[in-house]
Design a protein around this ligand. Structure first.
Ligand code: SF4
Length: 80
């Protein structure tokens, strides 16, 4: 099941831990189509499905506090 803080994109499952996000916006800078900051400066999903897989992985990986976790279809954790 995908809640508001989780998205499945292709073979990837991406989870946002909003309690960890410290609003640096590195992920938004890396993939502005995929992520944005809400009114409180916390990361939210935009349209991650519009972003190419490798860029999406990179954008999740740049988070300095590991607020973005990614698994593949086998449940293998790819990020962080
Ligand atoms: S890079 Fe990490 S801390 Fe920065 S906005 Fe994105 S999720 Fe939040």
């Amino acid at each position: 099941m995908s809640g508001p803080n989780e998205r499945c994109v292709g073979d990837l499952r991406i989870q946002i831990d909003a309690t960890l996000c410290v609003s640096f916006g590195d992920c938004v800078e890396a993939a502005p189509e995929a992520f944005a900051l809400d009114d409180e400066g916390i990361v939210i999903f935009l349209s991650p499905e519009r972003v190419e897989r490798e860029l999406l992985l990179t954008a999740c990986d740049v988070c300095p506090v590991d607020a973005l976790t990614v698994w593949d279809a086998h449940g293998t954790q790819l990020v962080p």
